[in-house]
Write a protein that binds this ligand. Sequence first.
Ligand code: BV8
Length: 233
Amino acid sequence: MIEAARKMLSQATRIVSFSGAGLSAESGVSTFRDPQGLWSKYDPMRLASPDGFADDPQTVNAWYASRRQDLWQARPNPAHHALAARTDIIHVTQNVDDLLERAGATDVLHLHGTIGKDRCHGPCGHEEHIDLAEPPGLRDCPDCGAPMRPAVVWFGEALPTDTWQRAERACQECDVLLVIGTSAVVYPAAGLIDVAQSHGARVVIVNIESSEASGLAHIELLGKAGEIVPSLL
Ligand code: BV8
């Protein structure tokens, strides 16, 4: 199976990688759905939402502060490095971490934003890079006074239009979609797998278990991203 997938990738001219939290799991970054993952201690459906932030901004800020400090300690794993080395591949990720960039990737399409920045919760668009080692507390936007919040896409919020359109077009045009470490339950991001497949792409999935996308896979490789992805690329 790995040989067949490697052959498929070597013959492809347009490859898109589509990754989720499982890509960063071996770097020590919590995933969303496994038992000890982010969902266990907190309910991210609640906290990763405008309502959750309005109801309890302190807890939301504390949750992101702890995730930011975990990310500060994390290092890219072999899967990040293998993907980053392939400058011919378009990298689309649901992840808000910067581990692909730390492995040298450029122009990563972050569908759900990035945890390394804060932005104004209001309409003014003010953004600030934050120090992952010493994440900021609650504070207001210096430009308009609305609260500052992580520059991620919360549940119920729209994805960044330009990023979404670039990712959608890449999935419509690719020969192979390499899906890595996602449960494929969050939309509209997970819908990109069907977009690729319905436009004729071959879908290769790397995951430690089956997922909502398994039915769309031409090849599904069960195992750790950090072990399989380098052998594929
Ligand atoms: C929106 C950022 C509308 C925040 C996140 C249909 C269409 C459109 C929307 C919806 C829809 N149905 C429902 C919705 C609403 C909602 C949604 O999808 N809900 C789900 C839960 C049912 N979607 C939204 O709200 C989206 N917005 O639709 O807006 C709109 C339009 C216009 C105007 C206004 C509004 C926004 C969704 C984005 C939410 N933000 N993150 C933050 O991080 O704090 S989502 C969050 O979960 C992550 O970013 C990630 O993207 C997502 C999914 O998680 P995964 O990455 O898949 O991680 P998970 O833990 O689930 O899985 C890990 C996988 O890895 C597992 O399969 C595991 O087996 C595997 N694994 C583990 N270890 C390894 C491994 N694999 C390999 N190797 C390993 N070592």
